[in-house]
Design a protein around this ligand. Structure first.
Ligand code: BGC
Length: 220
């Protein structure tokens, strides 16, 4: 990504709107000031290529400027079954192996704009970056969707996510209960002054219809 975004001698018209400036050169990643933790950004994905083209360069710049060592995993559901966001995150967790020690469950349509947002290793407990006070649309107290950081150890303590949620929604609400069940405390950003402007949400419901068909008693 870094190579393509910097181009190879090609002139481009500059970074897309809302993207932070170019990251520092790649070899800085050897710099000890980048810290020892490594983040696996897990992105559940299906047929949103144009969103990915914005997301990947944006996140690579955003995290590099914060000196967060990271690897982006695009978890592409290739079958014709209903979308299973949680199962994709479980797959990403397993695929990411031992080279990373924490994960970000990260929606492809939600871009952090405020560089004050913390993406560092969530030592004390799961860290919900896209908190209800900051997310442009979702404001209920137990919301943990959008962007959630967890150490791999804490993810295992929760026994990962449930593989049983097909179609849109609820898997994150159930994961909230797993966090509580594992006795973990949930943390959220503080001191962020950009309110509902903190993220850019790319979702257009007219263009992307949500698959909301429910199976009986799924909520329970
Ligand atoms: C769903 C969640 C979703 C949230 C925000 C809830 O009703 O159960 O899965 O993240 O709405 O859209």
């Amino acid at each position: 990504v870094a190579q393509t975004s910097r181009g190879q001698g090609q002139e481009t018209s500059g970074p897309p709107r809302d993207c932070p400036p170019e990251p520092p050169p790649e070899h800085w990643e050897e710099d000890a000031s980048w810290g020892s933790h490594r983040l696996a950004v897990l992105v559940p994905f299906r047929e949103r290529f144009e969103e990915l083209l914005v997301f990947v360069p944006h996140m690579h710049r955003f995290l590099s400027r914060k000196k967060i060592r990271h690897h982006i995993y695009v978890l592409n559901q290739v079958d014709h079954l209903r979308f299973n966001r949680a199962a994709l995150i479980n797959v990403g967790f397993l695929e990411s192996g031992n080279s990373t020690d924490y994960i970000a469950m990260h929606d492809v349509d939600l871009l952090p704009l405020n560089e004050e947002l913390d993406y560092s290793f969530p030592e004390a407990g799961p860290f919900h970056v896209a908190s209800p006070e900051l997310h442009p649309l979702y404001h209920y107290k137990t919301y943990v969707g959008g962007i959630l950081l967890l150490s791999k150890q804490h993810y295992q303590l929760c026994n990962g996510m449930s593989n049983r949620f097909w179609g849109w929604g609820r898997e994150d609400d159930e994961f909230y209960r797993r966090i509580k069940g594992a006795g973990l405390q949930l943390f959220r950003p503080s001191g962020i002054t950009t309110g509902y402007q903190t993220f850019r949400h790319l979702h257009d419901p007219a263009w992307r219809k949500r698959d909301q068909k429910r199976i009986a008693a799924q909520k329970q």
